[in-house]
Design a protein around this ligand. Structure first.
Ligand code: FAD
Length: 474
């Protein structure tokens, strides 16, 4: 059966039976259309709000498939989405009627413990990286949910539990292999295509399809001290005390405050199910006994309802939130702002809205930044937000049908918090609609945007890679 695929100009092009047969012979991976039994499973993404039907999915098995997929898109002028972990909150990695270049089968990870380097295929998740790297007590700073893709997270920055000690995920990149719009597989590092390497550290999926990343690995674990005090009472005082404490901690401490409702789930102690709480979580990137001492004040900010703190395997903490983020189960709309002063400056807004979330699955999430993130010059990489103390991420998640109410809540919190911010969003935590994207992109990159647009002109002059937080070529 022939298929129609949307083109860059908004029209459609038909790929007939013969062409599809030729493509099936060419690719080592599989081609999936809506005729295939696994089409619905293949097109599903993390965010339950995003229910999109690509015309054709190419499930790549290696760089050769990626090259041919990019060449196909360019030759036919096809609108193409790129997917690895499928966690894009804005839904960039899914588009009705378009081509989908899917790397989720490319999950190899290789560790060189002597050189402390980790090589990761473009479709791997953070769980894949942690699994292999922890064999050698090494880690690459990643995110806080192990099913998130390495690619999307790294290309837009990457914050997690190690960023204050070791920097963003993108700061740990040493080299990238990428198929650019002309179908060439290139290597980008400080020594080769350094302009491209600069852009890939924060500039998102604008410059091609990454087939492999090489990261510096850091010594972490296998046991780390993790603090997870759960406060129900006096959340206003606890939040302000957390902010004061956070202003004093060494870079080994990465901490975040989360307003949330504890789910009724066997992963959580039954006595706290359904309670509206403030969690002040932290990981200490150093010896666990030292961590126990440094993190102790965090567990005494008030009288916790429960204290789940413990020394634990790094991998266990990395996957601690996975049970809550099951693929497709929650609809999500998130927005974020970088905060300029200590989080307590915005406490009135944060606490008021944190206590008035419109669904129990929603979170108000304040990760502390600074440390190694801010030791990097804002022009040294495309990622520009090197001056924020912390971030406010307003994450509406829901299972009901009240999308409008949840989205309105997010927008109200962001509007109220704007005056406490640097004005920048964190692109990975932003559900910007296409018409909002130019403004969001300008705010995120600031005066790095012109250079990004110039790099875009050199590597993707026709804006083939446009389903993302799009940088329009000069
Ligand atoms: P995908 O949806 O597969 O891709 C998103 C975009 O990235 C694509 O549209 C494309 O533009 C680009 N892209 C993907 N793969 C490639 C590739 N191989 N080559 C080139 N471009 C590519 N972010 C954090 O920083 N820290 C966190 O702790 C964190 N936690 C999260 C938890 C959840 C549950 C969710 C849903 C998101 C979280 N995020 C976090 C945000 C996350 O980093 C972004 O959504 C990111 O884009 C996800 O990457 P992915 O590969 O899974 O996404």
């Amino acid at each position: 059966m022939s298929i129609k695929v949307e083109t860059l100009s908004g029209e459609t092009v038909t790929l007939d039976d013969d062409k599809l047969e030729e493509l099936r012979m060419t690719f080592r991976g599989s081609l999936i259309t809506q005729e295939d039994a696994d089409y619905d499973a293949v097109r599903a993404v993390q965010n339950g709000l995003i229910d999109r039907r690509p015309a054709l999915v190419i499930r790549c098995s290696g760089a050769a498939d990626v090259i041919d997929a990019v060449n196909l898109a360019r030759e036919y002028g096809l609108l193409a989405a790129v997917r690895s972990g499928g966690h894009s909150i804005a839904g960039h990695s899914a588009r009705d009627g378009a081509l989908l270049i899917d790397l989720s089968g490319m999950r190899g990870v290789w560790v060189d413990p002597d050189a402390r380097l980790v090589r990761v295929q473009g479709g791997a998740t953070w769980g894949d990286v942690d699994r292999e790297a922890q064999v050698f007590n090494l880690a690459v700073p990643g995110g806080v949910v192990s099913t998130t893709g390495v690619a999307g997270l790294t290309l837009s920055g990457g914050i997690g539990w190690l960023h204050r000690k070791y920097g963003l995920s993108c700061d740990n990149l040493r080299a990238v292999e990428i198929v650019t719009a002309d179908g060439r597989l290139r290597r980008a590092s400080e020594l080769e295509n350094d302009d491209l390497f600069w852009a890939l550290r924060g500039g998102g999926g604008n410059f091609g399809v990454v087939t492999a990343f090489e990261f510096a690995a850091q010594p972490v674990g296998p046991i780390v001290m993790c603090a997870v005090p759960v406060y129900a009472d006096h959340q206003d005082e606890v939040f302000r005390a957390w902010s004061d404490w956070a202003g004093t901690v060494p870079d080994e401490v990465t901490t975040r405050a989360i307003f949330w409702t504890i789910p009724t789930d066997p992963h959580m102690p039954p006595e706290i199910h359904g309670r509206d709480v403030l969690i002040t979580g932290a990981l200490y990137a150093g010896p666990p006994d030292e961590g126990e001492k440094v993190l102790r004040p965090l567990r005494q900010l008030g009288t916790p309802l429960a204290d789940l703190s413990a020394p634990m395997p790094y991998r266990m903490f990395q996957a601690a939130f996975d049970f809550f983020f099951v693929k497709g189960q929650l609809s999500s709309y998130w927005k974020s702002l970088m905060l300029s002063g200590p989080p307590s400056q915005a406490a009135d807004v944060i606490v008021r809205h944190g206590l008035a979330r419109t669904s129990p699955e929603s979170m108000v999430h304040v990760p502390l930044l600074g440390g190694a993130v801010n030791h990097v010059n804002p022009h040294a990489t495309a990622y520009a937000a090197r001056d924020a103390s912390s971030m406010l991420s307003v994450d509406a998640n829901w299972r009901d049908q009240d999308a409008d109410a949840h989205i309105a809540w997010v927008r109200q919190v962001i509007a109220d918090a704007e005056k406490f911010s640097t004005g920048r969003p964190y692109l990975s935590f932003d559900s910007a609609a296409p018409e909002e994207t130019p403004e969001v992109v300008q705010s995120a990159f600031g005066d790095n945007l012109e250079r990004l647009r110039d790099v875009k002109r050199r590597y993707d002059p026709d804006n083939l890679f446009r389903l993302n937080a799009n940088v329009v070529p000069v």
